[in-house]
Design a binder for this molecule. Structure first.
Ligand code: AMP
Ligand code: GLY
Length: 426
């Protein structure tokens, strides 16, 4: 089978690595890909959001199956476009992708279906938003309605900070159209975790739990990022909490999809806040998480290509998902200056110091080839990934690998997974 993977991050490297192991896959293309991906796929110089060019390519190259990584092409309607052209593709439709591309759409869906989430109000008028904000309690969360590359949300501890973010979104229009509407919502206490559900439109398959680390610095300090490291499974989602997630969130969400004739195909990423074992939804995304995909796929024993393929064929029940009974962890090496002003262009000389085996792997994100050298081309650069027989072992392995190498040009967190360890020993 000829497969096209759309995207260029660590998530897409993990997908290409995973599907390349399947004997069903003969050839992989990745658009636009990165330096690491080129080991498994032929990179194609088409940006992930140029959906017309991607269609042209898929038709010309007789692509049998397309897997979409990031949210932009989904929100632009790549799935509808490919399906209209009789191409098999993995992901939700443009309509369904609004669960991620419009915070208001997603909050209204949760509100009318009684899905536990923070209370909210949305605004198109700056004056009305400002008046509401100034009567609200702190902390308060302000969100641009549309996609903003992870920068459109601020958890505000001070009213001054909230007012100035509101002004930046609505008057200075820093997110242009994505900020025409603003959602103001109450603050949820607790610890975040990620839960991914594959859906073929009728039936669902839940993956094991995982946990991202969104803040830049150790101990969850500093600004929000795309994610600085993740591990799976996450002890915060114990059996009791998982039952609640299924009964109070996942099952009601998919029943509501049926009731509303809302066809959802692909992956639903449920961003959770867990407070004393009580889960509520922080956000929905319509795709795999990055970096959560890296440890999740690293733990899958069964055919990773088939997981995507059987879902797209609407026969998810034919797939037998087998997990390695191990813990996987992925630590992000980010370029200096990330997330504000990442430094790019430097050669990554450290690559040969890391191993690529079944137990350890370096997934690339912002890397590219320049004059036969691998150079930094983005904020998050490498995902050092390791598999251990438990979380402690996985943490030790990943940091042993990292600490062996002198990493002067990178910033990374030293505490990925530690939250899970504390929980386990309690
Ligand atoms: P979102 O893009 O909606 O997931 O928001 C980005 C990040 O902001 C989340 O991962 C949380 O860390 C934080 N966040 C968003 N909404 C809330 C909320 N209501 N309460 C607390 N933190 C939140
Ligand atoms: N891990 C955060 C995200 O994928 O949005």
């Amino acid at each position: 089978m000829r497969v096209l993977v759309v995207g260029s991050g660590g998530r897409e490297h993990a997908i290409c690595w995973g599907i390349a192991k399947s004997n069903k896959v003969k050839k992989i293309y990745c658009a636009p890909g990165n330096a690491g991906i080129s080991e498994f796929a032929e990179n194609v110089e088409i940006p992930a959001d140029n959906i017309n060019k991607l269609l042209e390519f898929a038709l010309k190259e007789k692509i049998d199956f397309t897997i979409v990584g990031p949210e932009q092409p989904l929100s632009l309607g790549i799935v509808d476009l490919f399906r209209d052209n009789k191409l098999l593709i993995f992901g939700p439709s443009k309509f369904a992708s609004q669960l991620e591309s419009s915070k208001e759409f997603s909050k209204l869906f949760m509100e009318r279906n009684n899905i536990p989430t923070a209370s909210f109000k949305s605004f198109t008028s700056y004056d009305e938003a400002k008046a509401y904000l100034n009567e609200s309690n702190l902390p308060i969360v302000i969100k641009a309605d549309g996609l903003a590359s992870g920068k459109g949300v601020k958890v505000c501890m001070e009213m001054e900070e909230a007012n100035s973010f509101l002004k930046e979104i609505m008057l200075d229009k820093i997110f242009s159209k994505s900020g025409e509407k603003v959602v103001i919502e109450s603050f949820l206490e607790g610890e975040e975790a990620s839960f991914f559900v594959f859906s073929d439109g009728e039936k669902i398959l839940c993956l094991d739990s995982s946990q991202d680390h969104k803040r830049l610095l150790d101990d969850d300090k500093g600004p929000n990022t795309g994610g600085m490291g993740a591990y799976s499974p996450a002890p915060i989602i114990d059996e009791e909490t998982k039952e609640k997630i299924l009964n109070e969130i996942i099952n009601p969400v998919f029943e509501a999809f049926k009731k509303e004739n809302f066809e959802y195909t692909g992956i639903l990423y449920v961003g959770l806040m867990i407070n004393n074992k009580k889960p509520s939804v922080v956000e929905f995304n319509c795709r795999f998480g990055d970096p959560e995909t890296q440890p999740l796929l690293f733990r899958i024993e069964s055919d990773i290509f088939d997981l995507f393929y059987q879902t797209a064929l609407k026969q998810i029940d034919q797939y037998q998902l087998i997990w390695k009974r191990k813990t996987a962890i992925s630590v992000v090496l980010a370029s200096l200056g990330y997330p504000m002003n990442p430094e790019t262009g430097g050669e990554i000389k450290e690559l040969e110091s890391f191993k690529n085996t079944d137990d350890e792997f370096v997934f690339h994100a912002g890397t590219k080839f320049l004059d036969n050298k691998v150079v930094i081309s983005g904020g998050r650069v490498l995902n050092i990934t390791a598999l251990g027989h438990d979380l402690e072992d996985a943490i030790n392995k990943v940091y042993d690998s990292i600490n062996k190498v002198e990493l002067k040009n990178f910033h990374y967190r030293n505490d990925i997974g530690k939250k899970g360890l504390v929980k386990k020993t309690k």
